[in-house]
Design a binder for this molecule. Structure first.
Ligand code: XUL
Ligand code: CO
Length: 437
């Protein structure tokens, strides 16, 4: 076995009193909560693009990450070494799943054929590592935003030739995901939006995007890819405006083009905050439509307006997320993918472990606290009580479509001024806080 992380052994659960930072204090994979193990509730994944390809550069400076396994070249040998290091990392951290973009794992060639050969070769390498480690692919995706040809977008490019290149790339990325037994495939519209409306035909571009997704669904059906398709909303960055702005915009788009049965959503915390929503809002909107599929687990910084992809360490956030996940009965084939990067100052290889331990422990605590809140029932009971009037005869008749405006006027006259109860917001927040001890 490779030893790219010498001196670091498998990270184990050591309990909340542990003072050893290379232990889990809360993530106990086999502990059972609400009848299922923590491991199966949380389905953690590590993102290849951040864990292995992010050198921690920023717009003001070069990369700082120490990556002894990476010689900086675009060779296949280097790609294989990164993968060996990645699987050693997954084994030691105890994460069961991973996610990748095609171009993260395999180098781009000089033409489509060479690029595809590289990807096929790397898929075999990934398969070998999956077989020997038992790790699984949560989802794959195509990088349709880094190459200069995608400067005006991929599916939404003004150039039909770019659309064709993007289609060919997605075809191969779906094949790679399929071959590796991926549970899902993500569409994140990295440049599917506009920089300025002065040169943009929005109706044309949205129709192109829908056509692109239809082509992918057609390919999925013909090739028998059994995984889920996800759309990952994001409002902006890199473009000024992205068509997949937020959960509501994505659902509206999918309904407009009759694609809602084919896609679920992969909701990311920092994308929610960029859209001026809380993660709770985005997850609730997706859950209400039965479309909450998977989560990109990270968080932004309250002082910074952009996608900083911090590791999620806020226990209020993870508790709120896990309350919704538990309420919908779990993520099914989805999972919690750490689409998160270390800060530029956390440049040593061991920081990859500290960062993931922090995120995993925060979610494990969130899961335990959310389960305790649910068992206590006070918050759920208060919610139910708040809408109790809708259980009355008149409420049922309204929702069944059995009332006219005239019927409702008669009802309003018969009862006089409605008697309202307090929303008790602060009391409920205080009860929530009692569980975060
Ligand atoms: C970018 C982002 C992507 C997607 C996959 O903000 O979140 O990494 O998760 O393309
Ligand atoms: Co993401």
């Amino acid at each position: 076995m490779s030893d790219f992380f010498p001196g670091i052994s498998a990270i184990c659960y050591a309990g909340p009193d542990s003072r050893d930072p290379m232990t889990f204090r809360h993530y106990d994979p086999d502990a059972v909560i609400e009848g299922r193990t923590m491991r199966s509730h949380l389905r953690f994944a590590s993102a290849f693009w951040h864990t292995m390809r992010n050198d921690l550069s920023d717009p003001f400076g070069t990369g700082t990450a120490i990556m002894p396994w990476d010689d900086g070249s675009e060779s296949l040998e280097n790609a294989e070494r990164r993968i060996a290091a990645f699987f050693e990392f997954l084994n030691k951290i105890g994460i069961d799943f991973y996610c990748f973009h095609d171009r993260d794992v395999a180098p781009q060639g000089n033409d489509i054929d060479e690029t595809n050969r590289n990807l096929d070769h790397i898929v075999d390498v990934l398969q070998m590592h999956q077989d020997s480690s038992g790790k699984k692919l949560l989802w794959g995706t195509a990088c349709l935003f880094a190459h200069p040809r995608y400067v005006h977008g991929a599916a939404t490019s003004c150039s039909v030739d770019v659309f064709a290149h993007a289609a060919s790339q997605v075809r191969r990325a779906i094949d790679a995901t399929h071959k590796l037994g991926g549970a899902g495939y993500v569409f994140w519209g990295g440049r599917e939006g506009y920089s300025s409306l002065i040169n943009t035909d929005m109706a044309q571009e949205r129709a192109q995007l829908a056509r692109f997704l239809e082509l992918a669904v057609d390919y999925k059906n013909r090739t028998g890819f059994p995984g889920r398709f996800y759309i990952e909303p994001k409002p902006m960055e890199p473009t000024t405006h992205q068509y997949d702005f937020d959960v509501a915009a994505c659902l509206d788009f999918l309904r407009e083009f009759d694609l809602l049965d084919e896609f679920m959503l992969n909701v990311e915390t920092n994308h929610a905050t960029l859209a001026s929503h809380s993660m709770e809002h985005e997850l609730s909107a997706a859950a209400a439509a039965g479309a909450l599929g998977s989560i990109d687990a990270n968080m932004g910084h309250e002082h910074l307006g952009w996608d900083t992809d911090h590791f999620p360490t806020d226990i209020y956030l993870t508790t709120r997320i896990m309350r919704i996940v538990l309420a919908v009965g779990g993520l099914g084939e989805g999972g919690l993918n750490f689409d998160a990067k270390r800060r530029r100052g956390s440049f040593e290889p061991e920081d990859l472990f500290h960062a993931h331990i922090a995120g995993m422990d925060a979610f494990a605590r969130g899961l335990k606290i959310a389960a305790a809140i649910r068992a206590d029932r006070r918050l759920d009971d208060a919610l139910q009580a708040r809408y109790a009037s809708w259980e009355q005869e008149i409420g049922k008749r309204i929702m069944n479509g059995e009332c006219t405006l005239e019927d409702l006027e008669s009802h309003a006259k018969s009862i006089g001024e409605p008697k309202l109860a307090s929303g008790r917001e602060e009391m409920l927040e205080s009860i929530f806080n009692d569980f975060l001890r």
